[in-house]
Design a binder for this molecule. Structure first.
Ligand SMILES: C[S@@+](CC[C@H](N)C(=O)[O-])C[C@H]1O[C@@H](n2cnc3c(N)ncnc32)[C@H](O)[C@@H]1O
Length: 193
């Protein structure tokens, strides 16, 4: 099996990747996580979805492809240049709300409906505000994080942060999780309570 042989690319994906390269966006999600997110989103009809860290919208394009007409998605990033690219491609989709703000502040103040899936792809919601972000997950909801496999670009001390996060997630009694040494290293959690 070749897991990099991915054939159902979202319509906008190639253009988003080209725009990302043009502007020197250095943090794109690995392509493998795209179909994975799309598959999870497909399992949640009429869902309420959250992405923390929109970037230029690469993972978002996959999530949107998995959404049914009754689902909705909020995605947050604090960089207006990245959000502008995502808005340019998906701004007309009424199911999608794109917010340019600090995700930590947003997580702390959010009081709306809980989420069926959270893709936590920015520092807030992953390495900070983790508890609050997980409190926004519905029972049966998925919490997904990537970039958990050691990488030469990791700054000093990041390895410890990653280990602490894994330990924290594993100790929580309201989560069942799977660690996957695949793609950039994924952890998928499902909430039990
Ligand atoms: C790993 S990238 C996201 C990649 C994106 N999900 C994709 O599909 O390519 C992390 C993103 O988090 C954003 N970010 C970093 N700190 C943030 C913060 N405090 N609040 C909101 N977004 C933040 C960055 O601007 C960056 O776009």
């Amino acid at each position: 099996m070749d897991d990099t042989d991915i054939r159902d690319l979202p319509k906008m994906w190639r253009d988003l990747r080209a725009r990302s390269e043009e502007i020197g966006f250095t943090m794109p999600s690995d392509i493998c996580i795209g179909p994975f997110l799309k598959t999870l989103v497909t399992s949640k009809p009429k869902s309420n979805l959250l992405e923390l860290g929109t970037g230029t919208g690469l993972a978002l394009s996959w999530m949107i492809d998995g959404m049914d007409a009754a689902s909705k998605l909020i995605t947050i990033d604090n960089d207006p240049n990245y959000v502008a690219i995502a808005k340019n491609h998906f701004g007309s989709d009424k199911r999608v709300t794109m917010i340019c703000t600090d995700a930590a502040e947003w997580i702390r103040s959010y009081q709306g409906e809980k989420f069926d899936l959270i893709f936590a792809d920015a520092w807030p919601g992953k390495y900070s505000e983790t508890d609050k972000a997980l409190s926004l997950l519905k029972a049966g909801g998925f919490y997904v994080i990537d970039d958990m496999t050691p990488h030469p670009n990791w700054p000093d001390g990041h390895h410890k942060k990653v280990s602490q996060l894994i330990e924290y997630l594993e100790k929580r009694e309201d989560l069942n999780l799977t660690k996957m040494n695949w793609s950039t290293g994924l952890i998928m959690c499902a909430k039990t309570l």
